[in-house]
Design a protein around this ligand. Structure first.
Ligand code: BGC
Length: 884
């Protein structure tokens, strides 16, 4: 609505107010619990005037909001800095723990005029180091095989008036925190999964409003999560080296109106008891006996004389850091699309789309009635849930007591009751509800929640093709279904942090969502898992599985590719710098093992259609990518010696690949299959002089295959880009919009709302219906059709590269991406025989456009022909062009 008003004002020559907006600290809005000693501050200039930019900035940081808004900061006050940067790391006096800082940014515009009032925001520090914890790590004294989850409680009394209160809670396992009968916050599955014996996360909450003068109660429920994995599967998580009964540590800081501060902590004064959660597994499901509920367990006047004392425990690691990232939430409520009643003990709910998350049931029934909720992605022909595409990694002997993707609920019989699991999620579209006694359910009895890391959307695609629009939505749904504080392969069968899937999907993620905090956390997981010799496991985090299988450079190149992509999209070199030594160790290790420059280490083009590509070709290509990124990172970080060394190594690898696989007369690699041609083209391995020939061969072989895919996941990452970056965008589009087997569109026309693991929708196995590993097509829509690309010489979309392709088959196409400077729009539509192309370049950034005019068309702006059509430079603002 606001947007529409501003657009209207714009038409009348009235501009939206000019100001600094989107102030963030560590990429979060007004966060609490910041541990970074030099947190990064970022902002945007909102100014829709043509050529708008920031020429000078000044930052003020202090603890008094009024003083800060008047431009006085006791912590940090920069000079007026002549710069257009919008990212700066705090460099004032040492930040103090548990302290709220306000910061303001004053900006001067392109004419050197100060922009009205400074904008003010805040960040609050957390514990800033393990030495500041006051509480003990506590648990119950049950063993790791004990099934019920434990509840913990403590009461405390205060006569003073509370002015502010913060709860800091670290847990090994999962927790939910309650104060005075209410759950604190809306996070789900906190804290995020890490390698628990190396790094633990704590979460900070403002609980001022939850406490009261007088008596208070704090409650904690602990779940197993990945810490105390009780299901038995093929990855050995039940034998994880960190495994133990869940534990937590809590500090509650209460500040009173007389200025005094009291810290209530986890210690021997707490009490514990089992409750209604009789089993919980992050992998399979939750079992809940409502008859065991203890109403009021988290309130002050509850009688806990029957509760037990707690046990002190060692901390799981000595590295306890703030979880400064977007939490997992129940982001979207999904209403059931249809329900079929088989009989009065069996009902099947269809949620209408495939998601990751949980279902929630509301019902009445006799006390002790047992209800099973079985989740599945598809149904058998007879209408019953079919889990056979995803359930086969769970051990058979334990299935009876620990069924796959199934919650079991026992009714209390006290009227209407509602159940939703706390410590589990699943991947599903259908829920079968069965009961051991008749129950009466309606379509409204069950809803679902789409859960994922709650990252803000930053991109959109809309076009005249329904298939393309659905493909974009399906890949975003799969991307989010696989984002739970770390990227996963699938939300049902594995929930593993498969490295290969994640680097393949990272551009799709970064075009569509503001996910830097998740990637930075996951790269810290990488650093925790790397062997001293540089080797990384294929799944991260891991209990040790994956150091010997699947962890060649085609998968574990995450260590280089993700920091590089984050650098391109955010213009922030911190992650590259944090991972620099790790990339170097990784690359050096491969160099030692494979001194020729060619490596056979890897899985190769996983899940192919028919043709097989030599593993050596694809793995050596990824090795080249890593070394190339390392060389570029060395240059960015001012390491001249490394830059020279790794540039030379990169050239050696490239030459070795070309010497063995490229026919220099024809431009054909190996047998010339789709993946064989695409991977060298996409990753910059093909000599310039042969690019056109190599791409033409690729386009011909695609045409010979009747515009169908013949690739696995590495080929699917490369093929569309290999074509569109080398003059074959039309062929790329025909592949991307294909709707018969094998193609992305084939899934969609068969009803997919997410992306699959296998091109063949009837494959007997390896057919999860929610994998993101074929998801590059989504990023490609932005890159090739919208033509929005980051410029590595001015990353973070400081300069935007725009090179749209007006492909036949589409009448209109629009891509938008909100980068660090604001919203970029690239939108085109056919008008008669020509194209109208509209572009928005956000304030304080620029763009270089390459118009697709190789068909002899000319470009006009305001009716006048443009003389330059290649690298046409634009200042900030909105523009329209005609190409005819
Ligand atoms: C996973 C993949 C993964 C692959 C590696 C599968 O089980 O689901 O997505 O990349 O294994 O081999």
């Amino acid at each position: 609505m606001l947007c529409a008003i501003f657009q209207l004002l714009f038409l009348f020559g009235i501009h939206a107010p000019v100001k600094a907006v989107a102030l963030k600290c560590e990429y979060l809005s007004n966060p609490i619990g910041i541990d970074a000693p030099n947190p990064r501050l970022t902002w945007q200039l909102s100014d829709d005037k043509q050529g708008a930019k920031q020429t000078v900035y000044q930052i003020t940081v202090g603890t008094d909001s009024l003083a800060v808004s008047n431009g006085q900061g006791i912590a940090w006050q920069t000079d007026k800095v002549n710069s257009s940067t919008n990212l700066i790391a705090y460099a004032g006096k040492a930040l103090q723990p548990y302290t709220k800082y306000f910061w303001s940014i004053s900006l001067w515009d392109k004419d050197g005029k100060k922009i009205a009032a400074p904008t003010i925001a805040s960040f609050e520090t957390g514990l800033m180091g393990i030495k500041n914890w006051k509480g003990y790590w506590i648990s119950d004294d049950h063993d790791i095989n004990t099934k019920p989850a434990s509840y913990f409680r403590k009461t405390f009394e205060t006569g003073k008036k509370i002015v502010s209160a913060r709860a800091y809670i670290a847990a090994a396992g999962l927790y939910e925190l309650y104060i005075n009968g209410k759950k604190v916050g809306d996070h789900r599955l906190d804290p995020m999964y890490t390698r628990f014996d190396r790094r633990n996360l704590y979460v900070s909450y403002d609980v001022t409003a939850d406490l009261q003068t007088g008596k208070n109660a704090i409650g904690v429920i602990l779940g197993n999560g990945w810490y105390n994995f009780q299901s038995v599967g093929v990855w050995d998580f039940e034998r994880a080296p960190w495994r133990n009964r869940p534990a937590f540590c809590l500090d509650l800081h209460v500040t009173y109106d007389d200025g005094s501060v009291e810290t209530i902590t986890s210690d021997k004064s707490w009490k514990t008891s089992f409750g209604p959660i009789i089993y919980n597994s992050i992998y399979t499901g939750e079992q809940y006996d409502a008859r065991l509920e203890q109403p009021g367990w988290d309130t002050a006047n509850f009688d806990d004389t029957k509760w037990n004392g707690i046990a002190n425990r060692q901390a799981p690691s000595l590295n306890i850091v703030s979880q400064a990232m977007q939490p997992i939430r129940n982001v979207e409520k999904i209403i059931c699309k249809s329900m079929s009643k088989i009989n009065d003990t069996t009902y099947i709910f269809d949620m209408g789309r495939n998601i990751a998350g949980v279902s929630q049931i509301t019902l009445n029934g006799d006390s002790g009635t047992i209800v099973r909720l079985t989740h599945a992605e598809r149904l058998y022909k007879n209408g019953y849930p079919d889990q056979s595409n995803v359930d086969y990694f769970l051990s058979t002997p334990t299935r009876k007591s620990d069924p796959f993707s199934t919650d079991i609920y026992k009714l209390s019989g006290k009227g209407q009751e509602t159940f939703m699991p706390r410590f589990n999620y699943k991947g599903f579209q259908y829920v079968e509800v069965t009961s051991n006694k008749p129950i009466s359910l309606t379509k409204e009895s069950l809803v679902a929640y789409f859960m994922h890391s709650d990252v803000e959307p930053t991109g959109s695609i809309s076009s005249s093709s329904e298939l393309i629009n659905k493909l974009w939505a399906a890949s975003n749904a799969s991307y989010l279904s696989n984002l739970f504080g770390y990227p996963t392969d699938c939300p049902q069968r594995e929930k593993n942090g498969w490295t290969g899937d994640a680097h393949i999907a990272s551009e799709t993620g970064l075009y569509n969502f503001d996910g830097i905090t998740i990637y930075e956390k996951w790269m810290a997981d990488h650093r925790d898992e790397q062997q001293p010799n540089g080797v990384l496991p294929s799944i991260i985090p891991t209990d040790g599985w994956g150091y010997e299988w699947g962890n060649g450079p085609d998968w574990t190149s995450t260590i280089a590719i993700i920091p590089w992509n984050v650098y391109l999209f955010y213009g922030d070199p911190k992650l590259l710098s944090d991972c620099y030594g790790n990339i170097q160790r990784y690359v050096n290790h491969i160099n030692e093992l494979y001194p020729t420059g060619l490596t056979t280490w890897g899985l190769g083009d996983w899940a192919p259609v028919k043709s097989k590509t030599p593993v050596e070709l694809t793995s050596s290509a990824y090795y080249y990518v890593d070394v190339n990124i390392l060389a570029k990172a060395a240059k960015i970080l001012g390491k001249a010696g490394d830059y020279a060394k790794y540039s030379t190594l990169a050239t050696k690898i490239k030459d070795a690949i070309n010497a063995k696989y490229l026919n220099p007369k024809t431009g054909i690699y190996a047998e010339g299959h789709q993946t064989e041609q695409s991977v060298p083209l996409c990753w910059g391995i093909v000599p310039d002089s042969l690019k056109a020939q190599a791409a033409a061969h690729l386009a011909d072989s695609v045409a010979a295959n009747n515009f169908h895919l013949d690739v696995g996941i590495l080929g699917a990452k490369a093929i569309l880009n290999a074509l569109s970056e080398n003059g074959q965008a039309q062929t790329a589009y025909r592949l991307a919009s294909q709707d018969t087997y094998p193609s992305w569109g084939w899934w969609i026309v068969n009803g997919a709302t997410t992306l699959y693991e296998n091109w063949n929708i009837n494959a007997p196995r390896d057919l999860s219906l929610n994998h993101i590993m074929f998801g590059e097509i989504d990023a490609w829509l932005y890159k090739a059709l919208g033509g929005i690309k980051p410029d590595e010489t001015q990353p973070g979309f400081k300069n935007i590269l725009l090179s749209p392709n007006f492909v036949t088959g589409l009448d209109h196409f629009e891509a938008t991406h909100t980068g660090p400077y604001g919203k970029i729009i690239s939108s085109w539509k056919r008008v008669g025989k020509g194209i109208n192309y509209a572009v928005t370049v956000p304030a304080n950034s620029t763009a270089s456009i390459v118009f697709p005019t190789n068909d002899g068309k000319k470009v006009y702006a305001n009716g006048k022909e443009l003389s330059i059509q290649n690298n046409y430079q634009l200042q900030a603002g909105s523009y329209e062009f005609e190409i005819k």
